[in-house]
Each structure stands twice: as C-alpha cells, then as structure tokens.
Design a protein around this ligand. Structure first.
Ligand code: ASP
Ligand code: MG
Length: 418
C-alpha cells in the first residue's frame, strides 16, 4: 500500500480537489490519503481561537467566514443534496456550540480542540467528492486511532496503542482508498491533540511506518526538494535524490518542504518518500531514501525566519557547561521550546529558537531566577550544507552576523533581519 499526503495548498479550492481526485484515481494500489485543512484554514482557526480566548465576540464572524469558504467549495463540487453539506453543517454547529458554552481551559488544550476542525472539514469534503466521482473511498476519523500523549499542540505518538488500532482500521477489506486527517490525533481518553504546525507530513509517515507502506508521496506546489527556496534565491534547482540524513538536516535547519519529524518513521522502516508536484504529477520530483546514487555536491541553502536568540549567563559567574547546561535545557523542554542552534562559551550560552512569544516570555521569567537572560528578536538563521566561500559570500554579504557555527559539512549564521 501507498500513503499520499495532500497539503493545504493542493486543496484550497474546488479545482484543487478535482485535481486530487484525478491523481488518486490514477493510482491502482491500495491508498491511504492524508489531507490537511483547506488553504489557510489553520491560520484562520488560530485567529478564531485567539479572539475567543480574549473574550472577544468577533470570533463568530471569523468562524462564519471559514464556514462560508467551506460551503462554497462544497457548493462548487456537489449538487445541493449531497450529504457532505449536512455533515459540514453539523460539524460547524458542534464547534459553534463548543465556543458558546465551553469554559475555557489553557491555550494549548483549546488550540487542539478548536484548530483540529480544519482537517475534519477538509476530509469530509474530499472523501465525499471521491465517492461522488465513483471511487470507493472511505472517510476515516484518525482520532481514536492515532493515539498520542497529552502534550497539546505538540503531541507525540504512543506507538503500541496506535499500531494496534491503525492496523485494524486501515485493513483494506471494504475499500481500497481511505481518506483521513493529517496533523491531528487523540489521547487514550479521547481528547483531541495536534502534532505541531504542518504536522500532516508526519501523520503520513507514521501511518506508512505502521502499515509498512511501499512509499509515501507528498504532493506539493513545488517540483520537489530544491537547493534553496526560490523566493529567496531564484536560481535554485531541484534535487533528484536526497538521503534521509541530508533531508533531516535540511528540514531541521528550516527547509519548509516537509516537516522535520517526517523522516524518522520512514528511515526506521526504509520507506522512500517522494516529494512531487500536484501541478505536474507525471514528473519525477525528489525521492528521499537511504542510499542515493547521486552525490550532489551542490550547496543547499536554508533560511529559518522569525527567530529569537536568547543569551543566558549564570548570575553567579559559574561555568555555563555542565550542570547549568542541563538545568537550562530542562527548562526549554518544560516550556515546549525547541532549540534550533546552541553555542556555549565559558560563562554564556546562546540559543536560537522560534519566535513564539507566549512561550518565550514565560521561559525567560523562569530562567531569571538563576540566570540573566536577554534576547535579540528579529533574527534569522541561515544554513548552508556543502558550503563554498562563494556560497557563504552570497548569503551573508552586507548582513550583521550575530553568531557563526561551522562543521566540515555545514555552516550556520544567526543574522539580523534586514
Ligand atoms: N493544517 C495544518 C497546518 O497548516 C497541518 C498541515 O498542513 O500539515 O499546520
Ligand atoms: Mg497546512
């Protein structure tokens, strides 16, 4: 069997869903189709959440816009009697009711309960459309099957529970196509969780690992993995083959094409990952696998934007390494903050992290008991794999470099945003 994953851009309108149906119908093998929320729905739901959390009644208008967007896509795809429309109505009412009556809990918990609806709506419409075109597709609720811990907004899979359930639900007995949600899961107790932004790729990899898929195909609006974001460096080119190792390094440094957590479950089972364009499905794209024939010596440029560099100094002038280091990183983990880069000297540590203000400010508060902590915001992290002097010059010329780190295969810079 094969796992296909379609991201938000591929299903942002009725045309996109028709294109998805064409790609799916061309595949003759058993398929699990993992789908993200339509277009920018996740961002829009985040706005609903923030407005609602702030006690502002405007969240209703924001939600109504999302509702009308989904209705218009459904309206374009089906005649008015199609049951997908009433399922969408019921699901929106459910969320509306939750927002009206529910006593708010903490941000991360509410995030998962509310933002997860995007994937429910998209999959209802996609599955219904595949059925409408005559395919034997089945909508499957991933909640109750992909079981996670209760770290809301960044949940981790519980392998034993998930393996048993996923194997039993995706059994290909009554159908050869399942349509299910990326990005979301649930705790054993049945509370909805999410796997982190852009987490649908990770869902696809988890399902592939458990079902021993032959391959995973991630359908994107780019022709594959490129050696740089073309919006940044317009002369970037497609990489035909990339090793798992290389792909992890690229995505961890900030390459946005696939979610960094995607590679591990695939590597563990040796399952190749294809990144292909949904605009030209016949083209090769990029394959990520263990052995690559091609040694691309090409420099690979990656930029991670919206970073904060936190500088931490023990107040008592003790060495930064050793116990202080473990205390500091324990706090980062406790606050759910992922470290993108670390540099330590005798008595100071610089850490580059994503600019998530809610989390960063509480972290700094906690650090302040033992350390002086200050941060530079508005910075970016630039990385080059297989660097050359020209490649470095190309991206750092004229930039203010706050931090530089080099190994034999890569170089990283923290620079101020221009
Ligand atoms: N819809 C979610 C997001 O936009 C998950 C995904 O697209 O992978 O982050
Ligand atoms: Mg998305």
């Amino acid at each position: 069997m094969i796992v296909y994953k379609f991201g938000g851009a591929s299903v942002r309108d009725a045309g996109g869903i028709r294109n998805l149906a064409k790609i799916v119908s061309d595949e003759k093998e058993n398929l699990v189709v993992v789908v993200s929320a339509f277009g920018k729905t996740t961002n829009a739901l985040e706005k609903v959440l923030k407005t609602w959390m702030a006690g502002d009644g405007d969240y209703k208008d924001l939600l109504d816009n999302i509702y009308r967007y989904h209705l218009s896509v459904a309206g374009d795809l089906f005649p008015s009697g199609n049951s997908a429309r009433s399922r969408i109505d019921v699901s929106f009412s459910l969320l509306g009711e939750y927002l009206k009556t529910h006593k708010k809990r903490d941000y991360d918990y509410e995030y998962d309960q509310i933002v997860s609806f995007g994937e429910i709506w998209s999959t209802i419409i996609v599955a219904a459309f595949l059925q409408y075109t005559g395919l034997k597709a089945e909508w499957t609720n991933i909640r109750g099957n992909l079981i996670t811990d209760n770290r809301f907004r960044d949940a981790d899979i519980l392998w034993n529970e998930s393996t048993v359930r996923i194997k039993s639900v995706f059994n290909f007995r009554g159908t050869n196509i399942y349509v299910t949600q990326g990005f979301i899961g649930s705790t054993i107790a049945g509370q909805t969780t999410t796997l982190g932004r852009e987490g649908s790729d990770y869902t696809a990899a988890l399902i592939a690992n458990i079902l021993d898929a032959e391959r995973v195909v991630v359908w994107k609006d780019v022709p594959g993995l490129l050696n740089a974001d073309p919006k940044w460096l317009p002369d970037s080119c497609r990489l035909e083959e990339v090793s798992y190792r290389e792909a992890v390094e690229m995505t961890f440094s900030g390459a946005k094409v696939i979610h960094p957590k995607t590679i591990k479950p695939l590597h563990n089972k040796g399952i190749p990952l294809y990144v292909k364009s949904f605009l030209v499905p016949g083209e090769a794209g990029t394959v990520i696998k263990s052995e690559t024939a091609l040694k691309h010596g090409l420099p690979v440029f990656v930029k991670k934007e919206n970073q904060i560099m936190v500088s931490i100094l023990p107040k008592d002038f003790s060495f930064a390494m050793g116990e202080n280091l473990s205390r500091i990183f324990y706090l980062f983990i406790q606050h759910g903050i992922k470290v993108n880069m670390v540099e330590a000297s005798a008595i100071s540590i610089d850490v580059c992290i994503d600019d998530d203000r809610t989390r960063v400010e509480t972290l700094i508060g906690d650090l302040s008991a033992q350390f002086s902590a200050a941060y530079n915001d508005n910075v970016e992290m630039l990385s080059i794999r297989h660097y050359t002097p020209e490649a470095i010059e190309r991206i750092t010329a004229g930039r203010e470099i706050l931090l530089e780190q080099r190994t034999r295969s890569s170089v990283r810079f923290v620079v101020r945003k221009t």
